[in-house]
Design a protein around this ligand. Structure first.
Ligand code: GLU
Length: 326
């Protein structure tokens, strides 16, 4: 009878993805890591869920449990890591640069303990306008109702730099709303705003929602001011959103953008960062299949481009083991 119970329990364990046999994990103390992401219809949320899924597959060996809640985005993630509320987070490369160097939105608020882990997908500054708004270029935005992003988001930070360069402020628009990323698409569809701005990988749920529920167009973000910004700042590059990615948008759209990066603090335990990085790169083919924006990622690029802050010691340990760095 006893044996029968054990067998059923073992079967339940196997189905639920855990093992009831004695393992080193039982002797280990459980540790928890929290990864800061973004809105639920963006790509950061998928990054966090994907990394956690791979980390949690190995929980019985390393004792680490990972979770990745939705957050306000890049700036909220940097602040959450600094405050010790988040262990790791996804952050735009321009935000990483500004936070580590104490420039831009982080002037007088430098975060020297910020550490890079790896870079991810590209994030074009994506301007989406209602087809009936008459917005066909950046210069059509003044006087319109524009969602410039919630204050914790990366797009708000990037948009601020662009607005400053253009000599614009919130009064330039008839409405400068601060809706969260996940609220933008329905606001556009409900005609509460004329345009939304999202610095984000493609394809993503937010812009799929916007273009599926209303006639919306991706708008080119270009001109002399954009050229000057790309020239001046190392973290900006020209970018193209391929035609056919979204309903009603068959043409390529030119813009500029940044990269998504994965960061932490120097104060985060080396072993936690090591195990997180190991979970991703030991299962890299699986990771790349979890979102189309990850499909083109290559480890060599991920540990070189887009990073300003020094690599975290725990990440370095894994990259050294792989022979990727000295
Ligand atoms: N780049 C956006 C931000 O920093 C988030 C994009 C996403 O969630 O994929 O807030």
């Amino acid at each position: 009878m006893k044996r029968h119970v054990f067998t059923v329990a073992a079967l339940v364990g196997a189905v639920a993805g855990f093992s009831l046999t004695a393992s080193p994990a039982l002797a280990q103390k459980e540790q928890f890591i929290t990864i800061g992401t973004g809105g639920q219809t963006g790509v950061y949320y998928v990054v966090g869920q994907s990394v956690c899924r791979l980390v949690n597959r190995g929980s019985s060996e390393h004792g680490i449990r990972c979770n990745a809640p939705s957050t306000g985005g890049s700036v909220a993630n940097v602040n959450g890591i600094r405050a010790g509320e988040l262990d790791l987070g996804v952050v735009q490369s321009d935000v990483q640069y500004q936070a580590y160097e104490g420039t831009g939105g982080f002037e007088g608020n430098q975060f020297e303990d910020l550490r890079a882990v790896f870079a991810l997908h590209g994030e074009p500054l994506t301007l989406v306008a209602r087809a009936d708004s008459g917005i066909k270029s950046l210069s059509d935005l003044p006087g319109k109702r524009v969602n410039i992003g919630n204050p914790g988001s990366g797009q708000r930070n990037t948009m601020q730099v662009l607005m400053d360069a253009l000599g614009w402020d919130t009064n330039t628009f008839s409405l400068a709303s601060e809706l969260e990323a996940a609220e933008q698409a329905s606001a556009l569809a409900n005609n509460q705003i004329d345009a939304m701005v999202y610095v984000v990988g493609h394809p993503n749920g937010s812009i799929e929602e916007a273009t599926a529920t209303t006639d919306a167009r991706l708008v080119e973000v270009s001109g002399d001011v954009v050229d000057e910004l790309v020239e001046k700042y190392p973290y900006y590059a020209k970018a193209t959103i391929p035609g056919g990615t979204y309903r009603g948008n068959e043409e390529d759209v030119e813009t500029y953008g940044v990269a998504a990066t994965f960061v932490t603090s120097a104060n985060t335990d080396d072993e936690l960062v090591y195990q997180t990085v190991k979970a991703v790169f030991d299962n890299f083919d699986r990771f790349k299949r979890l979102h189309p924006a990850f499909a083109v990622l290559e480890p060599e690029d991920m540990i070189s481009g887009g990073l300003t802050a020094p690599l975290h010691e725990g990440a370095k340990r894994y990259y050294r083991e792989q022979g990727w760095i000295d």
